[in-house]
Design a protein around this ligand. Structure first.
Ligand SMILES: [Zn+2]
Length: 306
């Protein structure tokens, strides 16, 4: 059941997914040397499609890493024993083949080869030395295979004293993520009185639980917020203001069409809506916009993104 579900998710969703403006915004931050690290809960590997580095297996290549995939990556399969990674194509012919094999336990080709070598040399062989192939994702409650490296890497990142922590598109409900975010927020505020935490998401997070941790809450679509920032601070954008403008043109065209066709286009609120430390009124909202803009301009050090 598990394999069948994961296969369907890979072939129907992940394999065909395309990066969004938010992915490209994060890539631009990395290109501008503003990004310390992006910690993601997504398993679609779209960050890699825009050219961000996502692979790590030891602390030595941590510094080259752009994105830490907290829950793994469904684009890869992995051996439970030797941890060798495979593409789906290396193991299954195609989607149909994968469906047919869904109920089978698939032995890791690398482990099998090693087993045969030992057999050939007359060494002791143990069937339990052969791992099985499973999707390279970390399930809830499961420990991350590189959990220890991850914890050390996080300490390293925090010690670089990031000035801004951006939280994109999450309502912060998963326990492990909550803990991680609280830790990051706390350290950012302790390290630097100017340190800021901003959350951008379509739904609001609970103010009583997050008021002490998050400075700004922006209730809107992440892509719209990235566009908002890129238009106001072109040097943070992918290719300056030009690319942003062009794409805006394309998208507004698309939107018009979809409205005409009566498609269910969700209306977005592009508003810097709530500062959890200040009472909200129109005047403050406006002030927040300018303040945010100024703060983003002032960022001379790096940014952490979730
Ligand atoms: Zn193996």
């Amino acid at each position: 059941m598990f394999n069948r579900f994961m296969q369907k998710m890979y072939y129907d969703t992940v394999k065909v997914a395309k990066p969004t403006r938010t992915h490209r915004f994060i890539k631009a931050l990395s290109d501008h040397k503003k990004l310390i690290r992006c910690y993601t809960q997504n398993i679609d590997g779209l960050e890699r499609q825009v050219g961000l580095a996502t692979e790590f297996d030891h602390l030595n290549n941590w510094q080259q890493l752009d994105v830490v995939q907290l829950h793994g990556d469904l684009n890869r399969l992995k051996c439970s024993r030797c941890l060798r990674k495979y593409s789906w194509e290396e193991i299954f012919v195609d989607q149909k083949g994968a469906e047919e094999d869904a109920s089978l336990v698939i032995a890791c080709p690398n482990c099998v080869e090693k087993y045969r070598e030992r057999q050939h040399l007359g060494k002791r062989c143990c069937a339990s030395s052969i791992g099985i192939i499973r999707p390279n994702i970390v399930l809830y409650g499961e420990e991350h295979p590189y959990g220890e490296i991850l914890a050390k890497g996080l300490e390293k990142d925090i010690s670089r004293k990031p000035k801004l922590f951006l939280i994109f598109g999450t309502s912060l409900r998963v326990v492990g993520v909550k803990r991680l975010v609280r830790k990051m927020c706390k350290t950012i505020h302790e390290n630097d009185p100017e340190g800021r935490v901003v959350i951008i998401n379509n739904t609001e997070v609970c103010r009583s639980s997050w008021g002490d941790y998050i400075d700004y809450q922006v209730v809107c679509d992440c892509d719209d917020w990235c566009r908002y920032v890129e238009e106001r601070i072109p040097r943070l954008g992918a290719e300056g203001g030009k690319a942003a403008k062009k794409e805006r043109g394309d998208e507004s065209g698309k939107r018009k069409r979809s409205q005409v066709e009566g498609a269910k286009t969700k209306r977005v609120k592009v508003d810097m809506k709530v500062d959890v430390k200040v009472d909200v009124n129109v005047g403050i909202k406006r002030q927040l916009k300018t303040e945010m803009k100024e703060e983003m301009k002032e960022i001379s050090r790096e940014i952490l993104v979730l």
